[in-house]
Design a protein around this ligand. Structure first.
Ligand code: GDP
Ligand code: MG
Length: 441
């Protein structure tokens, strides 16, 4: 989906003029990409109309000043905003608070990834200083408790369950009350999914819900179920009124569009994405960065979070960086440091899509090739003097022009740096989303 949307937007950038015809073709491509990844037909049709109306209104208000560059921006922004709308129901999900017990109940059909996600969630919160644990209330599937025991042990998270008790409601109640007494911050209740949607399952959800009174119920949705996501989430919403969605298996060939439809039909926010089978394969979800990444525009917020994870090992550095961001000052040196951090973070394919200004072409090919390209960027900065490194790069550009080094490459590098610096500027400051993001933690 990302690649197709990205391609559609690049064709917009290449178009010499932006007239109704260009807009129509572009919208057709965007809509085709969405439909192909299983986004509900009605949602796509409505997106198309809204973008058209927005662009028309903007142009009529004279915002384009007759320039095609501005028209392109207007079109791009309208598409971006409408895509964000698709995944943003405008509802704030529950945020666990420290120093109290936060009960999170996971619901969803069998095989959707509940048990795996419960462990991932426990690890996620544990790493952020919440004392976390898991209660296995799945008595339906043989081996369910064993699975919890094994994964919780591996993750070094406390767990509760029983081999003999057959009443899920009783187990859930016992586990939650035990962990509350032991002052756990995050108590995650894993439930049975059974095989299909059946009244017994929904009745069980209601009863467990009444017994443990969750602060938040999360529906775990498998990205690969496509259009079925709509009916499934509607059915669950009726009996286990969930307040958040986690979409799993986003790493596979899943199209994921069904999940978008689920958000729309239940007006419930997605809070995380499951992106693999391992404990750490859980990504925080926010609408704007997600769409930004999808369109190849980067995900500064995700990048910052990664950087913060790394920076916790070096608090002084972190403070310095936070100050720079707040002031909106980011030198080439800082930027280079971040690229280097990125290279130390893991597979380039996973991280690189978060960096704004990295065109999708850069991400193509193997991880090895990707990291070669990054090394090349660092290599260019190696020939900068100390004062050039501390600048915004313009002095180096002059030197490069004079000396005949590959000006195009330097230009490309500076362009990417500027995008990052610009986004950092927007992010920093008192009203920037970086502050907001930190408060959310
Ligand atoms: P449950 O029946 O809902 O509890 O589902 P499980 O947690 O047992 O998961 C079912 C299967 O999906 C297991 O093989 C998991 O490893 C796999 N799985 C869960 N989440 C993800 C994910 O995000 N990515 C991938 N690739 N596999 C996942
Ligand atoms: Mg399970």
């Amino acid at each position: 989906l990302g690649r197709k949307l990205n391609a559609a937007l690049s064709s917009l950038n290449r178009a010499p003029v932006v007239d109704d015809k260009v807009l129509d073709i572009l919208l057709k491509e965007v809509c085709a990409a969405l439909l192909e990844s299983d986004v509900n037909v009605k949602l796509v049709a409505s997106l198309r109309q809204k973008v058209k109306a927005k662009v028309k209104a903007s142009l009529e208000s004279g915002a384009d000043k007759g320039k095609d560059v501005n028209r392109k921006n207007i079109v791009q922004k309208a598409i971006f905003d409408e895509l964000v709308q698709l995944v943003d129901p405008g509802v704030e999900p529950y945020k666990p608070k420290k120093g109290q017990s936060n009960v999170i109940m996971a619901v969803g059909l069998q095989g959707n990834g509940k048990t795996t996600t419960c462990t991932k969630l426990a690890v996620y919160y544990q790493r952020r200083g919440f004392k976390s644990c898991i209660v296995c209330a799945d008595t339906f599937r043989a081996g369910a408790f064993d699975q919890t025991r094994q994964s919780a042990t591996k993750a070094k998270v406390a767990y509760f369950g029983s081999y003999t008790e057959t009443d899920p409601v009783s187990i859930a109640a016992q586990g939650v009350s035990k962990f509350k007494k032991e002052r756990f911050d995050v108590i995650i209740v894993d439930t049975s999914g059974r095989h299909k949607q059946e009244s017994e399952l929904f009745e069980e959800m209601v009863q467990i819900g009444e017994a443990v009174k969750p602060n938040m119920t999360v529906m775990i949705l498998d990205a690969s179920i496509g259009q079925a996501a709509e009916a499934q989430s509607r059915a669950f919403k009726d009996s286990a009124d969930f307040g958040a969605i986690i979409v799993t298996k986003m790493d596979g060939h899943a199209k994921g569009g069904g999940a978008i439809s689920a958000v729309a039909v239940t007006k419930t926010p997605i809070i995380f994405l499951g992106v693999g089978e391992h404990l750490h394969d859980l990504e925080k979800f926010s609408p704007q960065p997600f769409i930004s990444k999808l369109l190849g525009l980067g995900d500064v917020q995700g990048l910052m979070e990664h950087m913060q994870d790394i920076a916790t090992q070096n608090p002084d550095k972190q403070k310095e960086m936070a100050k720079k961001l707040e002031e909106g000052k980011l030198s080439i040196r800082d930027w280079r440091e971040q690229i280097q951090n990125v290279m130390n973070m893991g597979p380039i394919s996973k991280i690189a899509s978060m960096i704004p200004g990295l065109p999708q072409e850069l991400l193509q090919g193997s991880d090895e090739e990707g990291s070669q390209r990054m090394k090349r960027m660092i290599y260019i900065t190696d020939s900068m003097t100390a004062s050039e490194l501390d600048s915004d790069g313009s002095p180096f550009m002059e030197t490069a022009r004079g000396s005949g080094t590959s000006v195009r490459e330097v230009e490309e590098l500076l362009c990417q740096y500027r995008m990052m610096a610009n986004m950092a500027k927007q992010a920093g400051g008192k009203n920037g989303w970086l502050q907001a993001a930190q408060k959310m933690q």
